[in-house]
Design a protein around this ligand. Sequence first.
Ligand SMILES: [Fe+2]
Ligand SMILES: [Fe+2]
Length: 177
Amino acid sequence: MGGRPGDAAAHALPEGQEMRIIDALLGEHGAFYAIFDHLERDVPGMHEAAAIRAAGATLGAALATHAAIENEVLFPELERRVGPDGPLAVMRHEHDQIEDGLARLARCGDTAAARGLLLGTLATAREHFAKEENILFPLAAQLLEQEMERLGDLWAERRGVVVRPRGVHACAQGGAC
Ligand SMILES: [Fe+2]
Ligand SMILES: [Fe+2]
């Protein structure tokens, strides 16, 4: 299957550095791969359009929040450096393609067509993730080196989680050991 994370060394976290936004987004890709695997295994055996639509709606809800963080937090910073064309235009277009595929699925009453729409959208999403991991995230690491941790904080804010700097234990911040 395509779309697996590429060279892990390309995403290595330097000693003493806080979490970078691309590490967070890569982690989200990893969770999505488990969902993609599950759907690719189960959807061919599903025989009701409504069940396929429901699976697509659940996937779409999660993918929408991931794409929104990229569109609104990471991509604008990169666009300031490289402009809106090139890889960023491709990434935004693919976000639209994935959203459009899932919107068409939501209106689809035919089982075979619904199956094709969901599996086709999954294939598009895998290719898109692979491009981000192999091209866009390394580009961001290079061009936004000084912004990575601030953008990582924005990611955490959007996700409603708290990320501690490396080496800081929970008890040092008043938490339980
Ligand atoms: Fe994306
Ligand atoms: Fe992504």
